[in-house]
Design a protein around this ligand. Sequence first.
Ligand code: SAH
Ligand code: SF4
Length: 356
Amino acid sequence: MKKTILDYTNEELQNIVSPKFRAKQIYQWIYQKNADSFNDMTNIPKELRKKLDEEFEISSMQIIKKEQSKDGSKKYLFGLKDGHTVEAVLLPMKKEQKDEAGNIIKEAKYTICVSTQVGCKVGCSFCLTAKGGFVRNLTPGEIVGQVLEIKKDNDIAANRRVNIVYMGMGEPLDNLDNVAKSVKIFSDPNGLSISPRRQTISTSGLASKIKKLGEMKLGVLLAISLHAVDDELRQTLMPINKAYNISSIMEAVRGFPVDQRKRVMFEYLMIKDLNDNIKSAKKLVKLLHGIKAKVNLIYFNPYPGSPYKRPDPKRVKEFQEYLLKHGVLCTIRESKGLDISAACGQLKEKEIAEGR
Ligand code: SAH
Ligand code: SF4
């Protein structure tokens, strides 16, 4: 079976092709000129093109389903070589602005949310991805491929930078080596050139891996899916809390290298009558004391048979106001694409329900 060239960092590719600068050219063709075949790479000698074509393919995945939401976000289901599927979401953050003559004066801004595993081992009780159990890790190329295909599908110019959030299906830190490689591939100046500072890795809180990620000095941003402020409740939502409790996570966060201008993001899933009270907000303020943090409140997104309910917007607003009043930066994440089953795992689940 052919290997996928997207799996290779520029450095690795340099050890395969000679002279080394060919790796740079191949990168430019794939990531900046959207080449679909090695034969298109006209500044590469024919002989090498042939050799590459015998050994490699450019992408190993295809879009098998798309859903467009009214708010502009678009959800993709990708089919992988072995028949498994994963999701990714394109989130337009800012609309393009034109002047009266129709010239673009401000470019649109996009964030792409990528998956890192087929399924997930962590087993959170509110998450659909967890329901199917764990199947396998994605390769670096399968992570990178989601972004490449989505950019192509939306005619987002190859040189236009997007932000990456590792918040799709799977636990990124449970697939740390491949995720770290994808960070490097994304950031390569001959490729997509997405600075690590535009890449956010979200974790359910594998404290030992947070430490390891920090030691790798990749320069990525960190997001912690906290969701609860006491261990008892957190354990019922996220069984991983038995292995890594809240204080062990906070210790790992305090040791994590953060760019002076940046913050660690804390995600807090608001669930009706469970963790949406002011008492929790109070505890959260205490917990974050001394950390350059930003809290993101997320509405729980219900799905058929889900054990929890969406919170009252008034409670979410009050929660936010409490945090702001006590000096904690806090935003409410609009539930993007509610009409397209936006939370991770939900499009895939729909496919299964529809009998694919
Ligand atoms: N495994 C990592 C990253 C993927 S999950 C993590 O847990 O951080 C990405 C985010 O989707 C998490 O913050 C998770 O809490 C959220 N999520 C999962 N199920 C959800 C649901 N039903 N409604 C809203 N957000 C959900
Ligand atoms: Fe895995 Fe994240 Fe879903 Fe928890 S929320 S089961 S860690 S994907």
